[in-house]
Design a protein around this ligand. Structure first.
Ligand SMILES: [Zn+2]
Length: 417
């Protein structure tokens, strides 16, 4: 048997959803084509090539829907981890999560139009849904996630402050979505009633509201001046009768992130990404409830959706996830995004041509992506040429050193310990 290595290059794949960027325009597809990606799980030696279709998400990790394989052997990464759990994953992580599965799932997303308006249900509801409908809810886990912008990234994320929503709700065309009994102060329960009414409205009613709000003048919207501009774009992507349009524009934060900025979506948090290329990482799950920006037939039950809604974040600022310094970065070229959950943190290393970085070992497994550029990498002393698009599994206890090539290096690594 071959001795174990500190890092294993992986072969990953990229899926195709209608909201993905077309062909070569998709960063997810371009990165996937630069590593020994696969297109067919039955024969992973067949290479990934870019066709003229929308590419949405490159997945890196061990979730069975789109798993990664060891590049040199074609073995499913999870099988390797199961055989050598203690050495590769490490006991602290196995004990904490109860298995040798990676508790996180990083992806690269390329978004050309709004993803379905969605939330990822909490653990309790996920396990119930998984038991009842295992085909639709393929695991019992929750799926809090972070999204890190690689360029300009637009997203609807969480709810606006109550006062701001309340002001908009008193515009004439929106009053019909207010609850019949109004409390003196607009609160989260009333907001819930508003979202429910919007989601339950019939096509004709949503269409009328769309027409009415798009004929108001800009000053009517106060600080939310973007609403009349954004509404036609969303209507063109889906339909004037899509209720996601009302919920997103009136009740949710519309954020435009710049490269390097990040947001955190807790379990049960409402969100809809709108455009851009991002690094995403989530707890190991694929559970989702969709309610808008998709055909009626693909929408989940409104009552179920409403029953688990959380009201965090409740402002754009609260949705932002600010990076921290990473205590094991020797040259301070690495920052850490640490969401308030235990399944993973994300490191981002940025090097100019020839610059170096050393990262002290972490006590758990990691998945590393050369997002841009290249470097000479040393993993516990083993030398590896790291090229753009390549993805590596990093075993627990592995110290990493980088020396960037001529184009510099942008590296992301999700890990847990
Ligand atoms: Zn999501």
């Amino acid at each position: 048997m071959a001795p174990l290595e500190p890092v294993y290059q992986l072969k990953c794949s990229c899926n195709s959803y209608p909201w993905g960027r077309q062909g070569e325009k998709s960063v997810a597809a371009r990165l996937c084509a630069k590593q020994p990606g696969w297109v067919d799980q039955k024969d992973v030696s067949k290479p990934f090539t870019i066709e003229d279709k929308p590419y949405a998400e490159m997945w890196m990790g061990t979730y069975p829907t789109l798993p990664s394989y060891v590049a040199s052997t074609g073995e499913n990464l999870q099988d390797l981890l199961d055989r050598h759990a203690e050495v590769l994953v490490g006991n602290p992580v196995i004990e904490k999560f109860g298995s040798s599965m990676l508790p996180f799932l990083p992806k690269v997303l390329s978004i050309s139009k709004a993803l379905p308006l969605q939330l990822h249900p909490n653990k309790d509801l996920s396990s119930k849904l998984h038991e009842k409908h295992p085909d639709q809810f393929t695991d019992p886990n929750h799926k809090p996630e972070i999204a890190l912008a690689l360029g300009e990234f637009e997203a609807f994320c969480g709810f606006k402050p109550l006062q701001q929503i309340s002001k908009l709700m008193h515009l004439d065309p929106l009053k019909k979505y207010l609850p019949s009994i109004m409390k003196p102060d607009f609160d989260d329960q009333q907001l819930k009633a508003v979202v429910k009414k919007m989601l339950e409205a019939d096509d004709e009613s949503v269409k009328q509201t769309y027409k009415a709000i798009t004929s108001l003048s800009e000053p009517d919207f106060g600080p939310d001046i973007y609403i009349p501009k954004l509404a036609p774009r969303l209507a063109e992507q889906y339909s004037e009768a899509d209720p996601g349009l009302l919920v997103a524009l009136i009740t949710m934060n519309y954020l435009v992130l710049q490269r390097g900025e990040s947001i955190y979506i807790p379990a049960d948090g409402i969100h809809a990404y709108l455009s851009g290329d991002i690094i995403e990482c989530m707890a190991r799950s694929n559970n989702v409830l969709n309610t808008g920006f998709c055909p009626r037939s693909e929408r989940d039950n409104v009552d179920l959706f409403i029953s688990c809604l959380t009201f965090t974040p409740h402002s754009g600022e609260e949705a932002m996830l600010r990076p921290e310094s990473f205590d094991r970065s020797k040259k301070h070229k690495t920052i850490r995004f640490a969401p308030p959950m235990s399944e993973f943190d994300m490191l981002q290393t940025t090097l100019k041509a020839g610059e170096k970085e050393s990262l002290g070992a972490v006590k758990g497994p990691g998945i590393l992506l050369a997002t841009e550029g290249s470097a000479k990498m040393k993993a516990n002393g083993m030398e590896v040429e790291l090229k753009e698009g390549q993805v590596f599994f990093v075993a627990q206890g592995t110290a990493l050193e980088f020396e960037a090539g001529e184009e510099g290096l942008l590296m992301h690594m999700a890990y847990v310990e």
